[in-house]
Design a binder for this molecule. Sequence first.
Ligand code: GCO
Length: 388
Amino acid sequence: MQFPDGFLWGTATAAHQVEGGNWNNDWWDWEHAPGTVCEEPSGDACDQWNRYPGDLDLLRDLGFGAYRFSLEWSRIEPAEGEFSAVALDHYRRVIDACHERDLQAVVTLHHFTTPRWAVTEGGWTDPAIVDRFRRYVERVSAALGDHIDIACTINEPNVVAFMGWMMGVFPPGKANDLEGYAISTEHLNAAHRGAVEILRAGPGTFPVGLTVSMADWAAEPGFEHRIDEFRSVHEDAYLNATAGDDFIGVQNYSRIRVGETGILGPERGVEVLDMGYEYWPQSTEASIRHAIDVTGLPVYVTENGIGTADDEQRIRYLRTSLEGVQRTIADGLDVRGFFHWSLLDNFEWAFGYRMQFGIVGVDRSTQVRTVKPSGHWLGEVMRSGSLV
Ligand code: GCO
């Protein structure tokens, strides 16, 4: 089967994971906190703040049509109400560099990191965060709106809330804080709604949507009812905040299993990746179908990929994942693009640099990029429009 003409192929990154030197946000503090769960600090990351022209050349040469990257709020607003023209100009140059290479600029306004000054004021459980985020979005809209091709407001609000207030592995490091989980969720969803309104009112006309972390869900026999019980909290509570948006950004990697005792671990006999979850490329098709079931919106797969040092496994994973995408398109579902996570091996949050999600490797000591066979394979898929 052929991918349709105009299907948008891209790769995704996030500022904190690739730029380097993002010291003025909650993650930098989290990485350096005494007893941190982070395996190592982000440090220079992939130095993409400086090396983005070469990285965009790689994308163009491989045949991609878009680049998804995030703006670092703490660079743009380093202190409350103080905005950096230099940072905004930098991101405008990145967008222009995308356009010079016929790459659409898919801009995420918040990808896990929040400015240090905002979190000392209570972060995402402080009601003031919604207006703080709106003010930041207004400045971004005014400076960059006429250059953005697609905007993702907030990356995976469900992960920000769950990992930050239930699992304790993201800032602010709370565990089982149900109230914080609920309040941060409410504020993240409100911030998304505000961002959509502001971006639509500002310069430029471009699709705006939210990206949500999703999965394929399965249940032990007799406990199928528990899928909705959990998925409604983990996914639908955020999918339901997208009414009226232009698209939903589906982000998925694996499967979640539920049973009598709640969320279960990996199934015996199914390969478990270093990330701790199952090797499950079927998740892409399942996530697309659920996202459309709930929202009725057009879909971009804004993240999908695999953390592995075995690049052949990455190709196998992507083939199965993309076969699932083809089936959704064949069924007439409105799936408009696929963004591989990630372009580069980068800072995988608490895992540090141990996980390799890139189709391009990065030498940690020299920052030299090396395109992997999976990058060339994906290039062939994009050029031919087929998985054959
Ligand atoms: C996420 C984030 C990315 C991760 C990627 C691999 O989905 O958690 O958007 O920043 O690096 O998903 O885990």
